[in-house]
Structures are given as structure tokens and as C-alpha cells.
Design a protein around this ligand. Structure first.
Ligand code: LMR
Length: 334
């Protein structure tokens, strides 16, 4: 080999080494809601914090509003390594085979964020995240969104008002049973398709935390909503486990710290974001907002209570009992 060929080869190798040392680790973070939602804002916060703490060694690219993948596809993409990070709603892990996550879909199991945090930020939450690992997924954190309201084009003041209504739901068997118990006709549908389905009458109504309803403009195609708070909707932030375990330990530690900070931020803003969204709906004047009386809310609770018995085996009776113990909820004492 001629000497200048060798030198040229060495120079090229040295350059590519420098380039790869400087090449940031790209983390594609895909989600299905708008950027100005609790999840949208928290993912941007994480991207910024990760960049700061790793001094640019990690680059988090956030893809909002189903711009990369829809509900079901995003979990498949994560498992295949096409994206590295997601924050699907807890109601979307059932089809993956981790049915325990549907415990969050039990109606009225959490009265407020404080009760919920006893579970998500404590040992039960940690053990739930571990259940994802055999699926090649690592759970990093729980991020809040909020409590859901029903919406439709007709008023929903009593449980009977939902009878025969076609309602969009997320892919959770517990939610499906909940809507059937109310006499409604649940239809599983990707989040990105809900606005059009409401607009064209493919479904009559749905349920959402206010931030999701407002940022997708669903209030423009729903004449009525009722503040029932019947279910909580929140997220598990997850990564492809192989990718995460393969990161240099120092970088992973910095990213874990960024996630810790983003989680504090996410759970701080969730309530105010949802309150502001409700105010936005009110101001739009397009949707009549009904606030049920205490008695009317109790009627919804009672109507949905059988779900706790019917679906206990799906999530595991022990897990359900552990959560009742934390929150003080007792479906038999309504
Ligand atoms: C839904 O499909 O209604 C939600 O899971 C969307 C989301 O990510 O908040």
C-alpha cells in the first residue's frame, strides 16, 4: 500500500471517529395529541432539558398530533425501534398484552389527582411499569392529563341519556365494558380519526379530558358536554428497552434526570391546562357545558359501578384491592 493511501485512509478514519463522537444520539418521541396539551408541552420540555443536561449529546425530536404514527402503530413502531420514545395513554396498553394498565380505566376509581398520585408515583406505579419489560419496553414515568367528560350532540344529564349512543372509545376492554354497562355502543377508534368521525356522524359522541377535546376542536362538532369526571386519562412514558439499555450509562443517567424534571413539570401543568381548555370551550359558545349536581354525579357512579365487579379479573383482583386501599374507593358503598 502506498504511503499516501495509508495516510488518506487514516485521516478518513480519524474524521469519521470524530464525527461519530459528536453525532448526537437521536431520540424520536412520537405522540398523538396537539403540541399545546399537557403531553405536548411536557415532551417539548423533556427535549429541551435532555439537550441541556447532555450538552447536545442527545437530540430529542418530538412528533406531535399523530404526524408519525397513530395509536396502534406507534406501539409497534416502538417495539421495532422505528421510534425510541412514546407516551401512550394508559388505556392503550391492553392490546400489547399488559392488561393491568386498564385498572386506570375503572370508573371513578380516583377522585382527584392526589389520590391518583398515590398509585402512579408510588410502589404500585413502579411495579406496573416493570410489567412492560418482557415486551421490550421500559417504562420511565407517569404523566398526567386529566379527568374525562362525556360529549355528544344531545344533552347527557343522566346515564340513560347515553343509551343507544355510538361512542368513540380508546382500545381498552374496561372502557368497552363501561360503555356497554351504560347501554351505549362503544367503538374503538384511533385518536386522530375522532374529529372527523364526530363531524360526519360515524359516532354520536365521545369522552375526553378537556385539553384533548379543545385542542382537536371537537367542541366545534359536539353541541353538549357534561362534566362527569368518570375516568382518568394519563400516560406512561416508555422507551425501546434495547435502545435505552444500550446507551452509555452517563448519558442514560442525564436523560433520566431530564425525565424526572419533565415529569414534575407535566404533573404541575396538567390541571391548569385542562381548566384553561374548559374555559376555551366555554368562551367558544359552541358547546353547552353541563355541570351535574352531586346527586346526578352519584347516579353516574352507581350506573357504572358494576364494571368494578365485571372487569376485576381482567386487571387482577389483588391489584384492584391494592388501589382501593390507597384511594379509599369502595364500589359497594356508593
Ligand atoms: C385518546 O385516544 O383519546 C387519548 O389517548 C389521546 C391522548 O394521547 O391523550
Amino acid at each position: 500500500m502506498k504511503i499516501h493511501t495509508l495516510v488518506a485512509g487514516l485521516v478518513t478514519a480519524a474524521f469519521s471517529l470524530i464525527a461519530s463522537a459528536q453525532e448526537p444520539v437521536v431520540i424520536k418521541f412520537s405522540h398523538v395529541v396537539a403540541a399545546d396539551t399537557p403531553k405536548g408541552k411536557a415532551s417539548e420540555f423533556f427535549a429541551k432539558r435532555a439537550n441541556e443536561l447532555t450538552k447536545g449529546r442527545a437530540k430529542v425530536e418530538v412528533y406531535a398530533n399523530s404526524s408519525l404514527y397513530k395509536d396502534k402503530e406507534e406501539l409497534e413502531a416502538l417495539q421495532m425501534g422505528a421510534v425510541q420514545m412514546l407516551a401512550p395513554s394508559l388505556s392503550k396498553f391492553g392490546p400489547l398484552g399488559v392488561k393491568e394498565f386498564e385498572v386506570f380505566d375503572f370508573p371513578y376509581i380516583f377522585d382527584d389527582y392526589a389520590e391518583l398520585h398515590k398509585v402512579t408515583q408510588g410502589p404500585i406505579g413502579a411495579s406496573l411499569l416493570l410489567k412492560l419489560e418482557p415486551k421490550g419496553i421500559k417504562g420511565l414515568a407517569f404523566w398526567d392529563n386529566g379527568f374525562k367528560s362525556f360529549s355528544a350532540n344531545t344533552p347527557i344529564k343522566t346515564p340513560a341519556d347515553l343509551k343507544g349512543k355510538k361512542m368513540r372509545i380508546q382500545s381498552s376492554k374496561v372502557l368497552e365494558e363501561e360503555f356497554r354497562t351504560l347501554g351505549a355502543l362503544p367503538q374503538v377508534m384511533a385518536f386522530s380519526e375522532v374529529y372527523q368521525a364526530l363531524q360526519t356522524g360515524v359516532v354520536d359522541g365521545t369522552d375526553n379530558p378537556h385539553s384533548n377535546l379543545y385542542t382537536q376542536k371537537m367542541h366545534e362538532v359536539q353541541k353538549h358536554m357534561t362534566i362527569t369526571d368518570h375516568n382518568y386519562l394519563g400516560y406512561a412514558v416508555v422507551v425501546n428497552k434495547k435502545f435505552w439499555d444500550g446507551l452509555p450509562p452517563e448519558l442514560r443517567a442525564q436523560l433520566e434526570l431530564a425525565m424526572k424534571d419533565a415529569t414534575v413539570y407535566a404533573n404541575q401543568i396538567a390541571k391548569e391546562e385542562n381548566d384553561a381548555a374548559l374555559e376555551g370551550v366555554r368562551k367558544s359558545g359552541k358547546t353547552a357545558i353541563y355541570v351535574p349536581t352531586k346527586e346526578e354525579k352519584l347516579a353516574f357512579k352507581k350506573a357504572m359501578a358494576p364494571v368494578h365487579v365485571k372487569m376485576a379479573d381482567r386487571v387482577g383482583k389483588d391489584l384492584l384491592q391494592q388501589i382501593y386501599k390507597e384511594t379509599g374507593f369502595d364500589p359497594t358503598k356508593l
